[in-house]
Write a protein that binds this ligand. Structure first.
Ligand code: G3H
Ligand code: 13P
Ligand code: ZN
Length: 349
């Protein structure tokens, strides 16, 4: 299957009542792990690259690896998504390269750190939407700001500092015409999200439900959604690592989100933990080894296991064969003639 639009994947997920994991990648082995997990579980999937990933891998390598994945797994609907675009120019360059969807994270200023005003966010997101839709590319916006910092990106602080206001979410969706909307409900990027198993005081699922009630047809996106499982933390620490005790987002809370409009779930940290644990184990147990394949193979297998597990838990497993790809030019026609609705349905308060 050619690379497909994230919008199509999310529309199909809404019809089927499931969520789609969006997994971050930086290199070939991570792409291989995700595609093998998708094949194993027969899942549609979103692979996403951050600005940091684009810099690390270089755009051309990333793009051609993604093309290889689409070619090698023709049965898997696969979208290539830009994660946390910080400006119009970043989104434009991703679209020119061949990404099939972009996130314009206008919740922060272009420095990727300072919270932006509502007006600034609307202005830049609207500009990206106009440019992207004309080319058949779908757009994710963000309203509210996540906690934590990853690779220099993020406002820092707690996930509760700038949670999403439901009225603003409605206004933002109406003014921008985004295809999907990332909301801030107390989660943070990275491993250190919560200091104990989160309850409603720190993980605001009630807020998510309130937003979904107002925007019943808008595809919601959960960022910072790694579960940071204890067994993955333990492997790292058992083999010389120094992770502090921490909690992520419990899978059952994500599943509650999926029942309430969440269609895209971003996971990066869990895979980082799985990879690092597997590499540490090999190098600790066999210090004489130096062939990278000796540790990259178990690392890739450990990531595949986590991704396959999430695909089953999010409900996307089994749905790869449900539909055929809409071409990107046909998506552009759909946006132009109004078949692809971007005006959100808004319910009364
Ligand atoms: O947004 C956070 C993702 O985990 C990507 O992280 O910017 O370090 O590549 P990164
Ligand atoms: P985690 O750090 O929880 O994996 O979140 C990843 C993410 O939201 C990428 O955009
Ligand atoms: Zn994110």
């Amino acid at each position: 299957m050619p690379l497909v639009s994230t919008r199509q994947l999310l529309d199909e997920a809404a019809k089927g009542g499931y969520g789609v994991g969006a997994f971050n990648v930086n290199d070939m082995e991570q792409i291989q792990a995700i595609m093998e997990a998708a094949k194993e579980t027969n899942s549609p999937v979103i692979i996403q690259a951050s600005r940091g990933a684009r810099q690390f891998a270089q755009d051309n390598y990333l793009y051609h690896l993604m093309l290889a994945a689409a070619e090698l797994y023709p049965q898997i609907p696969l979208a290539m998504h830009l994660d946390h675009g910080n400006s119009f120019e970043t989104c434009e360059s991703a679209i020119k390269l061949g990404f099939t969807s972009v996130m314009m994270d206008g919740s922060l200023k272009p420095d990727g750190k300072t919270p932006a005003t509502f007006e600034e966010n609307v202005e830049v997101t609207r500009k990206v939407v106009d440019y992207a839709h004309e080319r058949g590319i779908s757009v994710e916006g963000e309203i509210g700001v996540l906690g934590g910092i990853e690779d220099g990106h993020g406002a820092g602080g707690s996930g509760l500092d700038h949670v999403t206001d439901p009225d603003q979410a409605v206004e933002f969706a109406e003014l921008t015409g985004v295809d999907s909307l990332a909301i801030a409900i107390g989660t943070s990027h990275g491993a250190y999200k919560f200091t104990k198993k989160p309850d409603g005081s720190v993980l605001k699922m009630d807020l998510l439900l309130a937003i979904h009630k107002r925007l019943p047809n808008t595809h919601l996106v959960m960022h910072g959604s790694s579960s940071v499982p204890k067994d993955l933390q333990d492997i790292i620490n058992q083999y010389g690592g120094k992770l502090k005790e921490t909690w992520g987002v419990p899978v059952e809370e994500i599943q509650l989100g999926i029942k309430n409009g969440v269609r895209k779930i971003n996971v990066d940290t869990d895979n980082r933990l799985a990879i690092t644990g597997a590499i540490r184990k090999v190098l600790w147990e066999s210090p004489e080894k130096f062939d990278p394949r000796d540790y990259m193979k178990p690392a890739r297998a450990a990531m595949q296991k986590v991704v396959a597990q999430r695909m089953v838990q999010f409900g996307q497993a089994g749905h790869a064969g449900d539909y055929t790809a809409i071409s990107i030019p046909d998506m552009a026609k759909g946006y132009a003639d109004g078949t692809l609705i971007t005006k959100p349905l808004v319910a009364a308060k």
